[in-house]
Design a protein around this ligand. Structure first.
Ligand code: NAD
Length: 481
C-alpha cells in the first residue's frame, strides 16, 4: 500500500520512527494509503532545514520570491486533473467541486500572493518640523501553518503562499484526515526551484506533531484554521511564549431571507450555501431565517429542490453531494440530527444515512437534511454541526432576526437577502460577524479581510492582512533638524 512521506529540506522522507496510520477513502470506507505518524524527531529535522534556509530565502528580493511562487501556481495548474482526482478521493467531495473550486483556488492563492508581495509597501509618518517615521516589515523567521480537512489544498495554500511570499520559512501540517494533495505540493515546490528547507510539510496527528509545532520555541508564529476547541488549546499553549497567532475557527452562520428578496436568486443560492461540500465549509449557512410573508412558499420550494439533489460517489459527475469526510464525522452529524429530534425539531427532508451500491456501500453518505420547528437558542441552533444539516425558522421583524442571528458564540459569516438597500446596510452593520454577503454567498476577493469575531477566531487572513501577519513591523524615527 502507498505510504505518504514528509517533505523536509527539499526531499521526501519517511518518518524517523517509521510509524504510519491509515488514510481512509470516504467514498468506500476502505484504507487506501498510509500517513506518517510524525513526531518531534521529524520536526527537529524540519526546524534545522528551515533555520539554514531562512537567511537565503529572506534575503532574496521580492521579485525573485515572486517568480518562484508564480511557478508554484503554474505547477499546480499543469497538473490540475491529478490534484483534482486526489482531492476528491481523499476528502469525498464531488470531483466537479474540486475541479471548479478547490484546486483552482490553490492556483489563485499562489498567484495572488506572488504578485501581492510586489506591491506590499510600508508606511511612513512625517512629523512636521520634527522628523520622519518609517516602518519596515521583515519576515518573522520560521512559522507554522496548520490546516483542516474541509478544503484541504485550498486552505493549506491560503496560509503557505503569504507566509512564503513575505520571506518566511514554513513548517506546514495538513489535516491527518486529508493529507494527500498537501504532500503532492512538495513535488511542485522542488519543480518550482524553491530552495531546500524553505517549505517543510509534516504529516501526522494534531495531538502529536501539530502540538509539537505549536510548542517549538523556534516557531515564531502559528497560522491555524480548524475547530474552536483546538484553537483554544493552541492559544493556551502559544500565548505564554508570545507567539503571533492567527486563528480561523468554527461558525454557525445565519442566512437571513426577507420578504422583499429576489426569490429565485435567494432560493438557488441558499441551496448552495447550505449544502456545498456536504455542508462542510466554515462559511456554509446552517441557520436559515425566512420572513413570515414568504416563509411557507420558500420552505416548500427549498425542500422540493433539495429532494432533487443527488448524493453519489465523488467521481460521479452528476453528484451534488459526495461523501462525508470520515466515519467519525458522519456519526457526529447523525448524533446532531438525533439531538434535533429530541429538541422537538421536525425533519422535513433527509435525516438519514444513504447507502450506495458496491463498491461504495461502506462509504459515508448522508442525505441533505432540513429541520423545522426549533427555537433559536436550542443546542442544534447554537452548536456547529459542520455537515449537510440546516434548520429553517420563521421571523417577523428585523430586531427579532438580528437577535437570533447574533445569539451564538460564533461570528464568522452571514448571507442577507433583501432588495431594500437601506435595510441591507442596516442589517449588515448590526450583524456580529466578520463577513456579510448581501444577495450573495461565498463571493471571494482575495484582497479582502477574511475571518470571524467571537469564538470564530482571532485575526484576519487575506490581502495585506495576511502579509502583515507574516511580517514584523519596526518603526524607525529620524530627527530632521
Ligand atoms: P481540527 O481543529 O480538528 O483540526 C484542524 C487542524 O489542527 C488539523 O491539521 C489537526 O491535525 C490540527 N490539530 C488538532 N489538534 C491540534 C493540537 N492540539 N495542536 C496543533 N494542531 C492540532 O479541525 P477540523 O475538524 O480539521 O476542521 C473543521 C473545523 O475547522 C470546523 O470547526 C470548521 O468551522 C473550521 N474551519 C474554519 C475555517 C475558517 O476559515 N474560519 C475554515 C475551514 C474550517
Amino acid at each position: 500500500m502507498e505510504k505518504l512521506s514528509n517533505y523536509i529540506n527539499g526531499a521526501y522522507l519517511a518518518p524517523v520512527d517509521l510509524k504510519y496510520f491509515d488514510n481512509f477513502d470516504p467514498s468506500t470506507g476502505e484504507v487506501y494509503c498510509l500517513i506518517p505518524d510524525s513526531d518531534e524527531q521529524d520536526l527537529d529535522l524540519a526546524i534545522t532545514a528551515a533555520e539554514s534556509a531562512f537567511p537565503i530565502w529572506s534575503s532574496m528580493s521580492a521579485e525573485e520570491r515572486s517568480k518562484i511562487l508564480i511557478r508554484f501556481s503554474e505547477g499546480i495548474e499543469k497538473r490540475m486533473e491529478e490534484f483534482v482526482a486526489a482531492e476528491s478521493k481523499d476528502n469525498g467531495k464531488p470531483i466537479t467541486l474540486a475541479r471548479h473550486v478547490d484546486i483552482p483556488r490553490a492556483v489563485s492563492n499562489f498567484h495572488f500572493f506572488a504578485t501581492a508581495i510586489l506591491h506590499f509597501a510600508s508606511e511612513s509618518h512625517y512629523m512636521e518640523g520634527v522628523g520622519i517615521n518609517y516602518t519596515t516589515r521583515k519576515p518573522i523567521g520560521i512559522v507554522g501553518c496548520i490546516s483542516p480537512w474541509n478544503l484541504p489544498l485550498y486552505l493549506f495554500t491560503w496560509k503557505i503562499a503569504p507566509a512564503l511570499a513575505a520571506g518566511n520559512c514554513v513548517i506546514a501540517k495538513p489535516s491527518e484526515i486529508t493529507p494527500y494533495t498537501a504532500t503532492l505540493l512538495g513535488e511542485i515546490a522542488t519543480e518550482a526551484g524553491l530552495p531546500a528547507g524553505v517549505l517543510n510539510i509534516l504529516n501526522g496527528k494534531g495531538s502529536q506533531i501539530g502540538d509539537a509545532i505549536v510548542r517549538h520555541p523556534k516557531v515564531k508564529a502559528i497560522s491555524f484554521t480548524g475547530g474552536t476547541a483546538t484553537g483554544e488549546h493552541i492559544a493556551r499553549t502559544a500565548a505564554p511564549m508570545f507567539k503571533k497567532l492567527s486563528l480561523e475557527l468554527g461558525g454557525k452562520n445565519p442566512t437571513i431571507i426577507f420578504d422583499d428578496c429576489d426569490f429565485e436568486d435567494a432560493l438557488t443560492t441558499t441551496v448552495r450555501s447550505s449544502f456545498a461540500n456536504q455542508g462542510q465549509i466554515c462559511l456554509c449557512g446552517s441557520r436559515i431565517f425566512v420572513q413570515k410573508g414568504i416563509y411557507e412558499k420558500f420552505k416548500n420550494a427549498f425542500i422540493e429542490k433539495i429532494n432533487k439533489s443527488i448524493v453519489s460517489y465523488p467521481q460521479d459527475p452528476k453528484a451534488h453531494l459526495g461523501a462525508i469526510v470520515s466515519e467519525q464525522h458522519m456519526e457526529k452529524v447523525l448524533s446532531y440530527i438525533q439531538l434535533a429530534k429530541e429538541e422537538g425539531g421536525q425533519i422535513r427532508t433527509g435525516g438519514n444515512r444513504v447507502f450506495l451500491p458496491a463498491p461504495h456501500d461502506k462509504g459515508y453518505y448522508l442525505a441533505p437534511t432540513i429541520i423545522e420547528g426549533l427555537p433559536y437558542d436550542c443546542r442544534t441552533n447554537q452548536e456547529e454541526i459542520f455537515g449537510p444539516v440546516v434548520t429553517i425558522s420563521v421571523f417577523e421583524t428585523e430586531e427579532e432576526v438580528l437577535a437570533a442571528a447574533n445569539s451564538t458564540k460564533y461570528g464568522l459569516a452571514s448571507s442577507v437577502w433583501t432588495t431594500n438597500l437601506k435595510k441591507a446596510h442596516r442589517v449588515a452593520d448590526q450583524l456580529d460577524m466578520g463577513i456579510v454577503w448581501i444577495n450573495a454567498w461565498l463571493v471571494r476577493d482575495l484582497r479582502t479581510p477574511f475571518g470571524g469575531v467571537k469564538a470564530s477566531g482571532v485575526g484576519r487572513e487575506g490581502g495585506w492582512e495576511a502579509l502583515r501577519f507574516f511580517t514584523e513591523a519596526k518603526n524607525i524615527f529620524v530627527k530632521v533638524d
